[in-house]
Design a protein around this ligand. Sequence first.
Ligand code: ZN
Ligand code: ZN
Ligand code: ZN
Length: 477
Amino acid sequence: MASLCKSSDNLSVAEVAALLAPLPSLQVQEYFKELITSRGCSGIEVKHNGSIGKGVYANAEFQEDELILKDQILVGIQHSSNKVDCLVCGFCFRFIGSIEKQIGRKVYFKNMGLSGCCDGDSSESEEDECVKYNVNEEQCGASSSNHNSLPQEVVSSLMNGEISLPHTDKFPLPSPLSCPGGCQEAFYCSESCAKADWESSHSLLCTGERSESISREALGEFVKHANETNDIFLLAAKAIAFTILRYRKLKAEHVNKQAKQSMSKQSLLLEAWKPVSIGYKRRWWDCIALPDDVDPSDEGAFRMQIKDLACTSLELLKTAIFDKECEALFSLEIYGNIIGMFELNNLDLVVASPVEDYFLYIDDLPDAEKEEAEEITRPFLDALGDEYSDCCQGTAFFPLQSCLNHSCCPNAKAFKREEDRDGQAVIIALRRISKNEEVTISYIDEELPYKERQALLADYGFSCSCPKCLQDSSVLV
Ligand SMILES: [Zn+2]
Ligand SMILES: [Zn+2]
Ligand SMILES: [Zn+2]
């Protein structure tokens, strides 16, 4: 079966190949050295590790529970389906507004049948069904009739800040700032986050009147397609917009400096692309795991379908933000590799909800106070149901975290502490780690039996030979 996708990439193959070529290891080391210094995590080093590529190594000793690193997001998105559940800053993913606003919005969307469509296991399933906002009420069982619904006026007052709930002053959240581009879709915790997002990617991807895209209408089409199919396209678009904006900035700096040694367009683009280039990549349609409901004999057709989907998405994106000087970024090969990079790396973005903390706080109050508070808060908790504790969920690329290799007996883990209230990745030591030891985390549930672990890790593109796997496999033979 032939792909519907025209291979209209009449770009120089060499230009695309240069973007996909691995960086020389010296450049990689320099890049990470700078990154580690800017992140202030002095106890680690990124080194090349022979056959398996990069790895993170301890430069100093770490004790159990000690912080090893905090990694900022390079590009990230909140899942489309999660947007009705949590209002977060579009750049740092911190919760914003107020406890009342968070609860009000959630109940409001829930009454409309939009919230809580993902049952429990949202980490795997959201890509297929839940990004669609048009899930009908019978399907998702979230219609107002299934829950103790609150009167619409109460919900509106809560969202507008006309009602305040007891003890919410202990959980202050930053006031939301609207996007400076006027899209009414992105909100921020601070001027600095609004500015940083605008400069990093949003100026090209904003659908508001100050958007710097070629066509806001086309951009709308692209976003709609992504929301209806796979919101990973929104993240890929961010990576492309990020690179274009970096390219323009580097070019402007270069012109201003009137550099004696002129840098070619190609080397400027390679420099702009560097932060994205360091992520391990393969084409999305080659590396995506075959879903359980697809018969292995249909694998070829399935992969072709995935490729066509990416092709459609890319055409829409091109109409919206194409830049002739960065043409290579708009080749299907690059688009497929960017999406594949998000598929292959361990990229969950999770921020715990202050609404959960709030209700736990109320529950922990001394009896008399608790009774008084609960009289007011109970109807809201009932209206929220089990989803009161939903956290912010998304996908992001963390440059440092992505260098951490997997082990089924890891010495570190991703763990958000009480004070970690934004989207940054936090890695904590699980036991004492000595100097020069490699820092590892587990990409999967390491308690699973050997065969299941190997099957899951195959989706990441490797087979594990950690001490635990070596021992388990020797028992099996
Ligand atoms: Zn922020
Ligand atoms: Zn905007
Ligand atoms: Zn293993």
